[in-house]
Ligand binder design. Structure first.
Ligand SMILES: Cc1ncc(COP(=O)(O)O)c(C=O)c1O
Length: 418
């Protein structure tokens, strides 16, 4: 689905001219297409000929409206912290809708998760398992768990978002997994519900998925043969999205077919936890050109968004298409670096990029920022976090207010002895 396109040289998101949003909202800001996200959910879900439950990985974009929109579609939510549990409940999720993944869960977070009656906790270590048992005992309940397996599979993605290799901090080592299930089955306040795996993010080939899922399939057989009841398999997220027209990403159907070919006859509930896939291409970061500076080596387009607003290009070296909102100044042969105002050389959105002409005051749109964009923003350089806007058809609403500098200052105190 294309929800972002030019009409009469004006960039639109759904039926809304972006220029219209900027008339009454200060740049920079994020804006997302609601219909795009709804459509992604529907297309992914309907690609499967088997029963499947989607748990949206809210770490990708945790705005309450985005969570609510996906809950309304029937999605569950995959969380990785107590804060994310609180957020998803605030958006209307019930405990049964929530799966808790992630390493380094504190006792406080686990207690909150158990009290919230969440559907399942994915276990990352033996001590975590024991702590959950102890906490569940003190609360007089039995908690559903799945053990997250580290299958030692290279997802062939960026090193910082690879999670399924033996050297990574995530999951239980394959050779140790069976004894973990034996330990879990002896714990009175633990109910073994399933098994989980997540090998990384922005994975653009089905091969690593096939390898990891086959390992998990074999393990399920083995565990069942040893008397363990495995009701569900949680296959994590990770299917990549195209950030540029050249990228060749497996289709939803190919991904679904792979999962069906492995687990279709296993009499097991299948869960997936996509994050990026649901939201990445729904979003734009709209920013204004503050200055254009030409040196002997470069021409810099300096915009009012910075790496504090959107860190992916400098953190992961990620590529994002960048377009003028008003495409009326014609083509340019110039090569630009598009940079922010932060005092770091790493503060850039694109290097050596060709784009149509812009001038000081022009608005530009950075594409594919709906996932791992706003959620990774900070207040670095005392630049308060920016607004988020949700668009549906020709209407929009602000779904997160812009923070003000005075709000940042309010959180701090001058020590009494100063
Ligand atoms: C456990 C788990 N599930 C799901 C996801 C979502 O991944 P993605 O956004 O690539 O679909 C992540 C992110 O890395 C994760 O850690």
């Amino acid at each position: 689905m294309t929800s972002i396109e030019y009409k009469n040289n004006q960039l639109h998101i759904e039926k809304l001219n972006i220029q219209e949003i900027t008339n009454s909202n200060q740049t920079p800001f994020y804006c997302y297409s609601a219909s795009y996200i709804e459509n992604q959910y529907d297309e992914l879900h309907s690609a499967f000929d088997m029963d499947i439950k989607i748990f949206y990985a809210m770490k990708a974009n945790s705005n309450l409206s985005i969570i609510k929109l996906l809950l309304n579609k029937g999605s569950g939510i995959d969380v990785v912290s107590g804060g994310e549990i609180q957020r998803s409940i605030s958006a209307g999720a019930k405990g049964k809708d929530i799966i808790y993944s992630g390493i380094g869960k504190t006792d406080e977070e686990l207690k909150y998760a158990i009290e919230s009656k969440i559907h399942c906790i994915n276990i990352e270590s033996q001590s975590e398992l024991i702590r959950i048992n102890d906490l569940s005992k003190s609360l007089g309940v039995k908690q559903n768990i799945a053990i997250r397996i580290n299958p030692d599979v290279d997802a062939k993605t960026h090193i910082k978002i690879t999670t399924g290799k033996a050297e990574n901090k995530f999951g239980i080592e394959f050779d140790y997994a069976k004894s973990m299930y034996n330990i879990a089955s002896d714990l009175k306040n633990i109910n073994i519900s399933g098994i989980s795996v997540h090998i990384g993010s922005q994975i653009t080939s089905l091969k690593p998925f096939k390898k990891a899922y086959t390992i998990i399939y074999d393990m399920i057989e083995d565990l069942r043969n040893n008397g363990h009841k495995i009701d569900h398999v949680d296959l994590g997220g990770g299917l990549g999205v195209s950030y540029s027209a050249e990228e060749n990403i497996p289709t939803f159907k190919e991904y679904a077919n792979l999962i069906q070919s492995i687990f279709g006859n296993s009499n097991i509930k299948v869960y997936i936890e996509p994050g990026r896939l649901m939201v990445a291409n729904s979003g734009l970061l709209i920013t204004k050109v503050i200055d254009i500076k030409t040196t002997t080596q470069k021409t810099f387009i300096i915009v009012d968004a910075g790496m504090n607003d959107f860190i992916r290009p400098t953190l992961y070296g990620s590529y994002h298409e960048i377009l003028p909102v008003k495409n009326n100044l014609g083509t340019s042969n110039k090569i630009y670096d598009i940079v922010g105002p932060i005092c770091e050389t790493g503060d850039y959105f694109a290097k050596n990029r060709k784009m149509n002409s812009v001038k000081i005051g022009s608005l530009i749109a950075i594409k594919s920022v709906g996932a791992y964009g706003s959620v990774q923003s900070s207040n670095y350089n005392s630049r308060p976090q920016i607004a988020e806007i949700l668009v549906k058809d020709d209407k929009y609403e602000i779904i997160r207010d812009r923070v003000e500098v005075k709000d940042l200052i309010k959180q701090e105190k001058i020590a009494t002895w100063l």
